[in-house]
Write a protein of this length. Sequence first.
Length: 401
Amino acid sequence: MKWRNQVLALICLLVFAALGVLYFQNWVVQKPFGIILFIGEGLTAQRMGAVRVYIGGADSPLAMDGLEFSARLRNHSADFAVPDSGAAASALATGTKVKNGTISVTEAGGALKTILEIAHEEGRATGIVTDGALTNATLAAFYAHASSTKQPQQFASTLIESGAVEIALGGGAAEFEQQKLDAGHVRVVHNLPELEQVSGGQQPRLLGLFAPNDLPFTEEVAARTEKPSLADMVRRAIQLLQVNRRGYLLIVNAHLMASAAWQNLGERTLRETAELDRAVQFGRQYAGKNAGIIVCGDVAIGGMSVNGYPFRYDSGVAILGLNSAGQPWVTWATGPNGGKSGPGELPGSHDLSALEPAAIQYPSAVNSLEDPIANATGLRMENLGGTMDSTQIFAIIRDAL
């Protein structure tokens, strides 16, 4: 009789355990431990197509292609059909449209709480990573509030004083004052070996300052000695943030792809976009399956196009320079490569034998009217799809916190 009672108790225990697992899987809200938002400045569907060809031919898969949810984003600002970088990022950061020239403030000037500030208040570890300056308008929209995007020193002070960001890795060292760093009890590292030596429990706040302004471009090998790549910074940020038992939120800004586009430098633009894709691959690898990852563009920049008929397996330099007819593969809508009209020529016309010509001359390429894209994977990311407003990125992340 005794053994029967033991068997019955064991059966009941197994049944309750199975019901508990079933309940957890189907009724308890599961949320990602880590949430990573990658922002590619200038990332559009056209740019992704060009990068595929550049890295290995039309069939080359990108890490971003492996994210199962995708959408096109309506990205107008509060006052213009085409946003600037600060307004575009503010929509992602706050879920609210703001005016061009401002970051994360209402039209009356009031501060809008950002998703990074919300994550910090809810106990998640927070981090920001960029291959540009930590004080650029795109990243500042997640931790600062200002009626002007052109105050990098103020953004640097806010980053240190607010305490909402625990790990910040990138460039922009020229904007940070040593006195404030000391007062903020922030550990500062200056190169990749120093970054690799940091352990999760050593310092509650970490600042990586790897260049006075933006980091060097990927192909500038000598200048990049001992400097981390975007993928390196993503890897180390994940490793350091994930020691927090309540999870983390990491914002990654691929800025060099915009810097290259502003200069009408096609190969650099494609190469730095490929670097974003490599960082996404690292993010998926190190964050693991229990993570939610979004990769999105903010604005379209410069109207870059790869024209004509490259062969299916053409790649690299095969789609740069001039084609067999002596015409440029890569063209731009605006930027410093614009030609000047001669006698009898149409305004904006120029020598088509020039490499990467721009239709309209500007000191630097300007933003253009085109939908950025967003791809996502992981827990709580299934609401990304179709054509949606860029402010919905905020809502998706807020729901996943």
